[in-house]
Design a protein. Structure first.
Length: 392
């Protein structure tokens, strides 16, 4: 019997890499549910190739176009909207959910999969940043297992004792070390970053990814979101997580234990590696990916983060330390700021100050359920849009 995979965000970068792992292992997996937001042509090609049982288009505006284009031999069902996706996560035939939607838009479906007790392969880091505590509690209650896809967290997971489940404390831990490539502006001057274009910001030196995470990698907010993600997955305080610049992206992250041992996971910068690890876990799937050649690499470098040039990481640390709704504010403000930058409404160096402004301006509110998270998220997005309007 093959395992049924529900792939949320199939048309994105992680979606594509996931499909290539499924394609390489038809003896193990079949695509049961597939979702996309708007890329209908791409979605139709996926449906044509993988014949899933269920297709969800999260943006209902494209419903007619999708229905008109679906191949005649497609015998499955189709539904529309965010709630339909959350529903699809609970399907009896779904064994594994790959949460690969970008941004807060992935929160409801990821949470639904966790509540349904599925094996959840988590790429959608924003959902953990926003609702980390609720998500980890839900996983404990339902028995869901969370397997990190983010290369850093997947690396850490691989450096933990076999059988470790996300959300448990790590015995004998001294600290986690997240590696960070430094992004496209690692060696750039602040002056040149001030006039950076979206094209320059998304040109990542080592990884090919979606636009939003590429900009986050350029501001280093991505590392900030990953820091918060790690506090939840591995139950550590932010103070026990170090970030180190490692331009070669060969070591994907490290775990330092109390006895002085440091474990690292290495590999080429290809997301199919962590995805294959997570889908196959605890077995190892063979993958035809570029192998890391240490002799070709020659040397590896490690540097501290320049916090003056990259204030986003400090903002994320402070938000993690403060807890409560602060990570929700950080994430929502960042999503709006990145979108505004990509649409040339603000400059690259305006992104972090805008997030900071939202954190300062929006009073803290308690969070006790997912509704609270969504309410705060909405308020922050509105405030951020207004602040951008005032700047123009
Ligand atoms: P992407 O932009 O390439 O793809 C995003 C996917 O989400 C698409 O399928 C799109 O249709 C869907 N989507 C977009 N808006 C949506 C909405 N409002 N509602 C529902 N679906 C929507 O993004 P990506 O680079 O694949 O990243 C996906 C997630 O994985 C992000 O959270 C990112 O941080 C994380 N991640 C990505 C990489 C990478 O290499 N790309 C690495 C680590 C983590
Ligand atoms: Mg990462």
């Amino acid at each position: 019997m093959t395992r049924g995979v529900a792939l949320f965000g199939a048309t994105g970068s992680i979606g594509e890499s996931t499909l290539s792992v499924i394609r390489a292992h038809p003896e193990r997996f079949h695509l049961d549910v597939v979702s996309a937001h708007a890329s209908i042509e791409k979605l139709v090609r996926i449906v044509d190739e993988f014949q899933p049982k269920h297709v969800v288009l999260t943006d209902p505006a494209g419903a007619d176009e999708l229905l008109a284009q679906l191949p005649h031999h497609f015998k499955g069902s189709v539904s529309f909207g965010e709630a339909a996706l959350a529903e699809a996560a609970t399907g009896a035939d779904v064994d594994v959910v790959m949460a690969a939607i970008v941004g807060g838009a992935g929160l409801l479906s990821t949470y639904a999969a966790v509540k349904a007790g599925k094996v959840v392969c988590l790429a959608n880091k924003e959902s953990l940043v926003m609702g980390g505590e609720l998500m980890m509690q839900a996983a404990k209650a339902s028995g869901a297992s969370l397997i990190p896809i983010d290369s850093e967290h997947n690396a850490i997971f691989q450096c933990l004792p076999m059988g470790y489940a996300a959300g448990e404390e790590i015995a004998g831990l001294r600290q986690l070390i997240l590696t960070c490539s430094g992004g496209p502006f690692r060696t750039a001057t602040t002056a040149s970053m001030q006039s950076a274009t979206p094209a320059e910001a998304i040109a990542h030196p080592n990884w090919s990814m979606g636009q939003k995470i590429s900009v986050d990698s350029a501001t280093l907010m991505n590392k900030g979101l990953e820091l918060i993600e790690a506090t939840h997955l591995f139950q550590v305080d932010q103070s026990a997580i170090e970030v180190v610049i490692h331009p070669e992206s060969a070591i994907h992250s490290m775990v330092e234990y109390a006895d002085g041992s440091m474990l690292a996971q290495l590999g080429s910068a290809d997301m199919r590696i962590p995805i294959a690890h997570a889908l196959g876990y605890p077995e190892r799937l063979a993958m035809d990916v570029e192998r890391l050649s240490l002799s070709a690499l020659g040397s590896m470098h490690f540097d501290p983060v320049d916090h003056e040039k990259f204030p986003a990481l400090g903002l994320a640390r402070a938000a993690s330390e403060a807890g409560g709704d602060r990570p929700v504010v950080l994430n929502a403000a960042n999503e709006i700021a990145v979108d505004a930058f990509l649409h040339a409404r603000i400059g690259f160096m305006d992104i972090s100050p805008l997030v900071d402004q939202c954190l300062n301006q929006i009073a803290s509110q308690p969070i006790s359920c997912l509704e609270d998270v969504l309410t705060i998220d909405r308020i922050v997005r509105q405030t951020a849009v207004e602040l951008i309007g005032e700047r123009a």
